[in-house]
Design a protein around this ligand. Structure first.
Ligand code: NAI
Ligand code: DG6
Length: 493
């Protein structure tokens, strides 16, 4: 592998590496051929000043992200009844994850693995260097928003008051038909106008942010919307719906604005914003998309647990996933039209695992009994309870049941993942493979999403391990390190 870089006065420095991809291609008759394909992977090495625009800035995730980054930036410590705390990025794959990059031969014989932080494989942004702004249907400033969310300790929120209270969400695009009626009491900050006018106003906000930053990313972390049916099949359908002022979900308006401004749009909620017409528009206009629905807790665990169970040859036969939460997300999801969006995204995460094992899952229509239940229990606030029961058939038709009970602060799991998708989404937008940029969908971000969008809808990876390996190997290949084939054949293992 060639690890060279070129450096011209007028051009950004580029990390350029040749990588030989290896895969095996099968024919219908079972014959196969091993392929070797050489690729050049180029990454612009200059890290831009980034503006992150959150849709739903004043929500639990949005306000927690801003406060968390401020605490990091200013190295603020805070006290709770358990002692003094300092900021950390635990839960962030980029900031706290490491990966095996190779081996070292020991002087007295034998080998030792060498690990590197994921964030150091290629130049990536420092999260605290981002400017974070955004929109919310509530005009409460972020100090008020943090107080309302009950996520972070009061001592920390109070220490950040002077910074937080200066951050006020911009007026938001809003369509009440698509979120729960119980959200109406927070609506006091909305843009008025036709679809076209609102898109123009959002574009103007994005352009303002561009003036202060070299790159901008828009991330939807607002309420879950209901699924939009019928779908917008073509660019013409989409443009007609906009022009005729058809009632469209706010997410489609933000997404179209982001595409037109050629900034990455990430969808952290389950609704189907990326209709075929939206994808086609992104392709045509050079837009970038990533989604859908942060994979933070129960679903993330499920895609790791299924790696373990199905990977061990056990036949998972039923999974019942129940959870209750008491934050505003739970309140919004208590209306069925929004819950159905979440149920869809939480339910599809085992499709590729089932598809991948015809011994356990012959194509007889008898897959897994899989149900997802969510209840709104205000008392528990952001501290979500998730109870899962995995029942697997084992040897000679025995049954093995594993139950898990997880309690966590929902937003404290989600925020590090939001940071990761922004850090890597920004990096991937600086990369080219064989001279071609990624897109319109950044499929490599699948690791962070419950229902990943890809450029090939028939090819979606949900497995936790495969998703992680795919990202890590791309980063290694792009940085000149050989992805590990794990055979250890050279080391007399
Ligand atoms: P939240 O309800 O606290 O925050 C959502 C914010 O969006 C609210 O402040 C609301 O006023 C605002 N909003 C609603 N419609 C808007 C619009 N059209 N434009 C601008 N702002 C708007 O919810 P939370 O907990 O922050 O979650 C945000 C989203 O992320 C939800 O859709 C949730 O389902 C999704 N999610 C959250 C995860 C987590 O672990 N916290 C994991 C996976 C997904
Ligand atoms: C309850 O399911 C509310 C949801 O918003 C989840 O908390 C969120 O989607 C996280 O889901 P999961 O399955 O990744 O924990």
């Amino acid at each position: 592998m060639d690890n060279s870089s070129s450096d011209h006065d007028s051009q950004p420095e580029v990390v350029s590496n040749i990588f030989t991809e290896r895969f095996t291609e099968f024919n219908d008759d079972g014959t196969f051929k091993n392929e070797l394909v050489e690729h050049t992977i180029e990454t612009e090495a200059t890290v831009p000043k980034l503006g992150l625009m959150l849709v739903g800035l004043g929500g639990n995730n949005g306000s927690t992200l801003v406060a968390g980054l401020l605490a990091h930036k200013n190295q603020v410590t805070w006290e709770s009844k358990t002692g003094v705390h300092t900021p950390n990025y635990y839960g962030s794959f980029t900031q706290c994850g490491t990966t095996k990059v190779g081996i070292k031969k020991l002087p007295k014989g034998g080998i030792k693995d060498v690990y590197k932080p994921v964030k150091d494989l290629l130049p990536t942004i420092n999260p605290t260097d981002m400017e974070v702004t955004g929109w919310d249907i509530s005009k409460d400033n972020l100090f008020e928003a943090c107080k309302r969310s009950h996520v972070l300790e009061p001592d920390l929120v109070n220490k950040l008051e002077s910074d937080l209270s200066q951050i006020v969400p911009m007026k938001a695009a809003f369509n009440p038909e698509y979120i729960a009626a119980n959200q109406s009491d927070r609506v006091d900050n909305i843009l008025e106008g036709t679809n076209e006018e609102v898109i123009e106003l959002i574009r103007a906000d994005i352009r303002n942010c561009k003036e202060r930053n070299e790159k901008v990313i828009v991330l939807w972390t607002a309420n879950t919307e209901m699924y939009l049916l019928p779908e917008l099949e073509t660019i013409e359908d989409l443009e007609k719906a906009i022009k005729d002022n058809v009632s469209l979900p706010a997410s489609v308006l933000y997404c179209v604005a982001a595409i037109k401004e050629q900034v990455l749009y990430l969808n952290g909620s389950p609704q189907n914003t990326f209709h075929p017409g939206v994808l086609a528009l992104a392709e045509k206009e050079g837009g970038l998309l990533g989604g859908n629905d942060f994979k933070s807790g129960q679903t993330r665990f499920k895609t790791a647990m299924s790696d373990f169970l199905i990977g061990a040859g056990l036949r998972i036969s039923s999974i019942v996933s129940y959870n209750h939460l008491g934050n505003n997300d739970g309140k919004n999801l208590s209306e069925d039209k929004c819950f159905q969006s979440k149920k869809i995204s939480k339910s599809g995460c085992l499709d590729d695992a089932i598809e991948g094992n015809e011994i356990l899952y012959p194509r007889d229509g008898k897959d897994i009994d899989h149900d997802v239940i969510i209840r709104y229990i205000p008392f528990v606030g952001d501290s979500k309870r998730a109870l899962d029961e995995y029942s697997s058939k084992i040897f000679m038709d025995g049954v093995n049941t594993i139950s898990t009970y997880n309690i966590c602060e929902d937003s404290l799991l989600a925020v590090p993942i939001m940071i990761d998708m922004v850090v890597l989404g920004e990096l991937f937008s600086r990369m080219k493979v064989d001279g071609k940029a990624f897109g319109p969908v950044l499929s490599y971000l699948s690791f962070f999403f419950k229902a990943p969008s890809t450029n090939h809808p028939e090819y979606v990876i949900n497995s936790f391990n495969r998703q992680r390996e795919t990202i890590v190997n791309l980063l290694k290949a792009a940085s000149g390190i050989t992805p590990d084939d794990a055979t250890l054949l050279s080391f007399n293992y």
